[in-house]
Design a protein around this ligand. Structure first.
Ligand SMILES: NC(=O)c1ccc[n+]([C@@H]2O[C@H](COP(=O)([O-])OP(=O)(O)OC[C@H]3O[C@@H](n4cnc5c(N)ncnc54)[C@H](O)[C@@H]3O)[C@@H](O)[C@H]2O)c1
Ligand SMILES: O=C(O)C[C@H](O)C(=O)O
Ligand SMILES: [Mg+2]
Length: 605
C-alpha cells in the first residue's frame, strides 16, 4: 500500500517536472568502461542500466540481473528517505537534519542523475538540507563528515602551481564556479577549509533551479589558512594549519587562481561566496571588470532584499514611488548590509527621478557599535555614505542602541544582516508596534536559523499580527489563532543567484553589469501579484524556483543585450538574442536547462 502511494506521488511529481525536460535525451559520450562507470556518479545508473548498455559498456555481471526503471529507483529512494524521517522522529533537529543530509549526500556521491531528480522534484523539502540552514551544520562538522572530496581545493601552498592544477579537473567545459575562502561562512564565522560545503550547496541550487549541467559546475575552496583557533587545534581539521594569509600575499594567491580558471575556461562565470567583508569588496572591485564574476553576498543579496523592500511598499497598498519615503533601519554594516543599502539607494534615486536630493536620508545603519554617524572614528569607507550627519538624527547620538533608534525613528522596515541571533529582542520588536507603517516589515535575514535576528513566532508575537515577515533561513508559517496565519517569507539570495548566473551564461556576457543585476531584482520584485503582496507574501514559493529562475535569467539576458554586452552562447549569436521577444527569451532559457534523465551512454576511447 505505502509503496504504491510513494510511487504514485513520485510519478505525479515526475510528470509535473517533465515540462522542463527535453524530448528524447541525446546520447552521452563516456570515455570509461565497466566498473569505472559504476564508480562515476556522472554516468552511473546503478540498477537502471538496460541490458544492451550493460553489454556495450562491459557491465554485464557487475550488477544484479534485474533492470530497475528510473521511476522505481526514485520511489525506492523516497521510501528510504521517508522511513528515515519516521525513524528519527523526536530526535534533536541537528541529528535529524544531518541524517537527512547523509542519505542525500550518499546518493549524490553515487548517482547524480537520480540525486538531482529527487532534489528538483522535492526542492521545498530538500533545499533546507542541502542548502541553508543544514549546510551550515555540515560545514561545522565537515572534518568528521568527510568521506570523499567534491570540487577542487587550492591552498596557499599551491602558489605557482595553480595554472597546471586547474587541468586536473576532469570536465572539459565548466560553466559555473562558486568559490569561497571560508572566512565568513553564513553567520558562523571563519570555518577555513570546512567552508567548501557552501560552494557545493550553492551549485546544487544552480543545478536544481537554473538547470546548469552538473558536469559543468565546479565548487572551489581556496584555503589560505584560518584564524579559528579551535580548528587550528582540532586534530581532525583538514585544512592548512596556519593563520590566514593577509595583504598582498593573500591577493596574489586569489589573482593566480582567477588567472588559472579563466585561462582554462574563458567563458566560465565565477561567484564569490562567503568572503569576509574586507576581501568581499576588494575582490569584487579588483575582478569585476576583468573577469565574468559577481559577489553573491553583496550583489545577489541586495537584489533579493530590494525586491522585498519594494514588496513591503506594495503590501501597504502604496505606490512604488512611496519607496523614497520608507524609513529603513539596517542592522549589520557588512558585505550584505552595505550591498543592500547601495542597491536601495540607487533604486531610491531612480524612483525620485534623480532629483539630486540625498537619496539615503531615510536609511539608518547600525553595526556592532550601534548607529553609524559621521562622528564615527575610523569609519569603513563602504559604510561612510550611509553615516548620519548631526542634522539628520535629532535626539540620536553616535553609537545609539538599536532600541533607541527604533523608538526614535519608528521605521517602516527593520532589516537584519548582522549574523547575530536574537538582536531583534522582545523590546525591539515591541517598539516596532509604534512604526509609522500600517504594515511594518521585519526582515531577519541572517543565517543559519540560530543566527536569525529573531524567530518568526517572536516577530508576530511581539511586533503584532499585521507585520510582514521575512527570514534568510526557512521558518514555518505562524499560527495566529482564529484561523489566521502569519506568512513567513524566505528572503534568501537563492531567488536570484541562479538566474544571474544562467542569464549571464546564455547571454555570453563577459561582464555582469549593474543593469543586469537591477533587471534581476526588478523581475523578482514584480513576480508577485498585488493580492499576494497585500497578504504579506513577498516572494514566491521555492517550489517554483525553476520558473522564477527562468524569468530572472531572461531579464538578465535581455539587460545584457540592451547594454550590448551579449556575445551569444553556442550556436545562438547576439543578433538572434536581440530579436527574441521577452516570451521567446524565457522559452530559450527553459530549453537550455539541463534536466536529469538517463541518457544512452556511448563509449569512446
Ligand atoms: N538572507 C540572505 O540571502 C543573506 C545573504 C548574505 C548574508 N546573509 C547573512 O547576513 C549575515 C551577515 O553577513 P555579512 O557578509 O554582511 O557579514 P559581515 O561579517 O561582513 O558583517 C556583519 C556586520 O554585522 C555587524 N554586527 C555584529 N554584531 C552586531 C550587533 N550585535 N548589532 C548590530 N550589528 C552587528 C558587524 O559590525 C558587521 O558590520 C550572515 O549571517 C549571513 O549569513 C544572508
Ligand atoms: O547561503 C545563504 O543561505 C545566503 C547567503 O549567501 C549567506 O551567506 O547567508
Ligand atoms: Mg553567502
Amino acid at each position: 500500500m505505502w509503496r504504491n502511494i510513494a510511487r504514485s506521488a513520485a510519478a505525479s511529481s515526475l510528470r509535473r517536472s517533465r515540462r522542463f525536460s527535453t524530448a528524447i535525451p541525446g546520447p552521452c559520450i563516456v570515455h570509461k568502461r565497466g566498473a569505472d562507470i559504476l564508480h562515476d556518479p556522472w554516468f552511473n545508473k546503478d540498477t537502471g542500466f538496460p541490458l544492451t548498455e550493460r553489454d556495450r559498456l562491459g557491465l554485464r555481471g557487475l550488477l544484479p540481473p534485474r533492470v530497475i526503471s528510473f521511476e522505481h529507483q526514485y520511489a525506492r529512494f523516497m521510501e528510504s528517505y521517508r522511513s528515515l524521517e519516521k525513524n528519527t522522529l523526536g530526535q534533536p533537529d541537528s541529528v535529524v537534519s544531518l541524517a537527512k543530509w547523509r542519505i542525500l549526500n550518499r546518493l549524490h556521491d553515487r548517482n547524480e542523475t537520480l540525486y538531482y531528480r529527487v532534489l528538483i522534484d522535492n526542492i521545498k523539502d530538500f533545499a533546507p538540507i542541502i542548502y541553508t540552514p543544514t549546510v551550515g551544520l555540515v560545514c561545522q562538522n565537515y572534518s568528521g563528515l568527510f568521506r570523499r572530496p567534491r570540487g577542487m581545493y587550492f591552498s596557499g601552498k599551491d602558489k605557482g602551481e595553480m595554472m597546471s592544477m586547474i587541468y586536473n579537473w576532469p570536465a572539459h567545459q565548466v560553466d559555473m564556479i562558486v568559490i569561497t575562502d571560508g572566512s565568513r561562512i553564513l553567520g558562523l564565522g571563519d570555518l577555513g577549509v570546512q567552508g567548501i560545503g557552501i560552494p557545493i550547496g550553492k551549485l546544487d541550487m544552480y543545478v536544481a533551479a537554473a538547470g546548469i549541467n552538473p558536469q559543468r559546475i565546479l565548487p572551489i575552496m581556496l584555503d589560505v589558512g584560518t584564524n579559528n583557533q579551535r580548528l587550528l587545534e582540532d586534530r581532525l581539521y583538514l585544512g592548512l594549519r596556519q593563520p590566514r594569509l593577509e595583504g598582498e600575499e593573500y591577493l596574489s594567491v586569489v589573482d593566480e587562481l582567477m588567472e588559472a580558471i579563466f585561462t582554462r575556461w574563458p567563458k566560465a562565470i565565477v561567484q564569490f561566496e562567503d568572503f569576509q567583508m574586507k576581501w568581499a569588496f576588494e575582490t569584487l572591485q579588483r575582478y569585476r571588470k576583468k573577469f565574468c564574476m559577481f559577489n553573491d553576498d553583496i550583489q545577489g543579496t541586495a537584489g533579493v532584499a530590494l525586491a522585498g523592500l519594494l514588496g513591503t511598499v506594495r503590501a501597504q497598498g502604496r505606490p512604488l514611488t512611496d519607496f523614497v519615503n520608507q524609513k529603513i533601519v539596517v542592522v549589520g554594516a557588512g558585505s550584505a548590509g552595505i550591498g543592500v543599502l547601495n542597491m536601495a539607494a540607487q533604486a531610491a534615486s531612480r524612483i525620485a527621478g534623480n532629483t539630486g536630493a540625498s537619496p539615503n536620508h531615510q536609511f539608518y545603519l547600525l553595526d556592532k557599535d550601534g548607529l553609524i554617524t559621521k562622528e564615527r572614528k575610523n569609519i569603513d569607507p563602504a559604510a561612510a555614505p550611509f553615516a548620519k550627519g548631526p542634522g539628520e538624527i535629532e535626539g540620536l547620538r553616535e553609537g545609539a542602541s538599536l532600541l533607541e533608534v527604533v523608538k526614535k525613528v519608528k521605521p517602516h522596515v527593520l532589516l537584519g544582516l548582522s549574523g547575530v541571533g536574537g538582536v531583534f529582542n522582545e523590546e525591539v520588536l515591541k517598539a516596532m508596534r509604534e512604526s509609522d507603517s500600517t504594515k511594518p516589515a521585519i526582515f531577519a535575514m541572517s543565517n543559519p536559523t540560530m543566527n536569525a535576528e529573531c524567530t518568526a513566532a517572536d516577530a508576530f508575537k511581539h511586533a503584532g499580527e499585521n507585520i510582514v515577515f521575512a527570514s534568510g533561513s526557512p521558518f514555518a508559517n505562524v499560527n495566529l489563532g482564529n484561523g489566521k496565519v502569519g506568512h513567513v517569507n524566505q528572503a534568501n539570495n537563492m531567488y536570484l543567484f541562479p538566474g544571474i548566473g544562467l542569464g549571464t551564461l546564455l547571454a555570453g556576457a563577459h561582464f555582469i553589469s549593474d543593469g543586469m543585476l537591477q533587471a534581476a531584482a526588478e523581475c523578482l520584485a514584480s513576480y508577485m501579484s498585488d493580492e499576494e503582496t497585500q497578504n504579506g507574501i513577498l516572494y514566491p514559493s521555492i517550489d517554483s524556483i525553476r520558473h522564477i529562475t527562468a524569468e530572472v535569467g531572461a531579464a538578465v539576458l535581455r539587460a545584457a543585450v540592451a547594454e550590448e554586452l551579449a556575445e551569444g552562447h553556442g550556436d545562438v549569436g547576439p543578433r538572434e538574442l536581440e530579436h527574441m521577444s521577452k516570451e521567446e527569451t524565457v522559452e530559450y532559457i527553459i530549453r537550455n536547462m539541463w534536466f536529469p534523465i538517463y541518457s544512452p551512454l556511448v563509449h569512446e576511447k
